[in-house]
Design a binder for this molecule. Structure first.
Ligand code: ADP
Ligand code: MG
Ligand code: ZN
Length: 477
């Protein structure tokens, strides 16, 4: 990016908690059903209906607080954030303002080169979601199924300095909420939504620049693009001397098709929302049992364990543990008693490469199961097939449901481990190419590869490469 300016980013992430029922009533939180069937007097805000706090949501917020090493407030307060919109039947959102359930915490991001940075989390608070407006030509409709489902809003400090850092933060946060099982964090379905606050300042300036908030970001790629566009826009305004006019506290939307951010509305400040404690809800008190809730292994802990237990490099461990399903898959492969390193290589290059080609980006949808991949690797390790055979085998397994050993038979890729037979083949090749043997002996080392290639060709790729190397070296020395 521009070397005269520094980018400053703070993120607000709304995570939909995967509780069975809504935040203040017993309506189910299920997604994708007919409009307005999951509603009741409470979430429709009919007169006289009273909210009752869902304890499961509180527990999930506490789990998150523990995962980011945060200060947890045993007593927090629900407040009404007042605004009018058709998808908000109450006319106010029940949220937390002055005392959120989760206070200051932190999250560590890992760069590819192994360096790390700690990003501060300012707070995380519970709030209810709104419904959904749908615009069909001249008609607007509202679906309140989602109204009052529980959200955890996680607010970061303005600690990120590039779109890369913002994405690393979001991916880490995404991994954490999936690891501790408090949300499915599905971005397409809106259960993990991000607003990015972006500003710039000349390098060396202490004071922050004016921030702009970008909403409507539903993929990591879009977030990076939106931030980069916005930074350019702000720098340009700064250099043109129009910064005061063009960069002000406002909410902008990212236009995915055009790749630009556009002004949506001026930003309300908290006074506009007339926050006040909700008189229908007592302060939220965390009981001892909830406070003692344990959380499962976190991404960083899993990464350390993978390095120790399976002897793999930090970067590999990072890639594997950045996604819970990927980590699970890997452990199932290793459970087939194959080496941790081979498992990483076959999983990350061979299998993921094939899945990507097939347009599959979700490891749980892999046509080759972890057990099958484990067996393929085991057949390489016990010498039944070689690396080339394994690749052909994986190609077949992507297409066909067939048992691994049967597939090896079918493809005829059993490795030739019989040294006597190999020696005979090699002798024949060397005799046939006596001119090349002379050249090799005269110092043309590159020809070694030629001989290997000839042997592989003669054995249809089935020769054991280690044996071929060994025998050739002996014969040629
Ligand atoms: P609001 O509800 O008005 O959006 P919040 O306090 O919830 O306010 O969120 C403000 C967000 O903006 C935080 O993530 C914070 O880190 C970020 N932020 C504050 N100042 C700046 C700035 N100058 N540049 C970029 N981000 C900022
Ligand atoms: Mg905001
Ligand atoms: Zn309801």
């Amino acid at each position: 990016m521009n070397k005269y300016y520094e980018t400053v980013i703070g993120l607000e992430v709304h995570v939909q908690l995967n509780t069975k029922s809504k935040l203040f009533c017993s309506c189910p939180t299920s997604f994708g059903d007919d409009a307005n069937i999951h509603t009741c007097p409470v979430c429709l805000a009919l007169p006289g209906a009273l909210p009752v706090m869902n304890k499961e949501a509180m527990k999930k917020a506490v789990m998150f607080g523990k995962a980011i090493n945060a200060q947890i407030n045993r007593k927090s307060i629900f407040a009404r954030k007042n605004y009018f919109y058709p998808d908000l039947p109450t006319g106010y959102q029940i949220s937390q303002f002055e005392i959120p359930i989760v206070g200051k915490g932190e999250l560590v991001i890992d760069f590819e080169d192994g360096s790390k940075k700690t990003i501060g989390v300012t707070r995380a608070h519970l709030e209810m979601d709104a419904g959904k407006n749908m615009h069909e030509g001249p008609v607007s409709k509202v679906d309140l199924n989602r109204a009052s489902t529980p959200l955890l809003e996680i607010v970061s400090e303005p600690d990120m300095r590039s779109s890369e850092e913002a994405i690393l933060y979001l991916k880490k946060l995404h991994a954490i909420v999936r690891y501790i099982g408090i949300s499915d964090a599905n971005m397409q379905e809106g259960s993990f939504r991000c607003d990015a606050n972006v500003s710039i300042r000349p390098k060396g300036q202490e004071e922050f620049g004016t921030r702009v908030e970008i909403k409507n970001l539903n993929s990591f790629r879009h977030i990076a693009k939106a931030i980069e566009y916005e930074v350019e826009r702000q720098i340009e305004a700064y250099e043109d001397g129009t910064y005061e006019d063009e960069v002000y506290l406002e909410t902008r939307l990212f236009d995915v098709n055009k790749g630009v951010t556009k002004s949506m509305r001026g930003k309300e400040d908290s006074a506009d929302y007339r926050y006040f404690p909700d008189p229908d809800l007592l302060p939220l008190e965390i009981d001892d049992e909830t406070m003692a809730v344990e959380i499962p292994e976190l991404p960083d802990e899993k990464k350390e364990r993978f390095m120790k237990e399976y002897g793999i490099k930090e970067y590999d461990a990072l890639v594997l543990t950045s996604d819970l399903e990927m980590a699970k898959f890997y452990e199932e492969v290793v459970a087939c008693k194959v080496s941790g390193k081979n498992a990483v290589n076959y999983l990350t290059t061979e299998l993921l490469g094939r899945l990507k080609k097939a347009g599959i980006f979700d490891i749980t949808k892999s046509p080759i199961s972890a057990k099958t991949l484990g067996k393929v690797i085991a057949r390489v390790e016990d010498g039944t097939i070689n690396g080339k055979g394994a690749k052909d085998l994986l190609d077949l397994l992507m297409e066909e449901v067939i048992e691994v050993d049967n597939a090896i038979e079918k493809l005829g890729i059993k490795q030739m481990n019989d040294e006597g037979a190999l020696i005979a083949i090699i002798d024949e090749i060397l005799t046939k190419n006596s001119d090349k043997v002379e050249e090799y002996k005269a110092g043309k080392d590159k020809l070694f590869g030629f001989f290997v290639g000839q042997v592989m060709k003669a054995t249809k790729g089935s020769a054991n490469p280690a044996s071929v190397n060994k025998i050739l070296k002996e014969k040629l020395s």
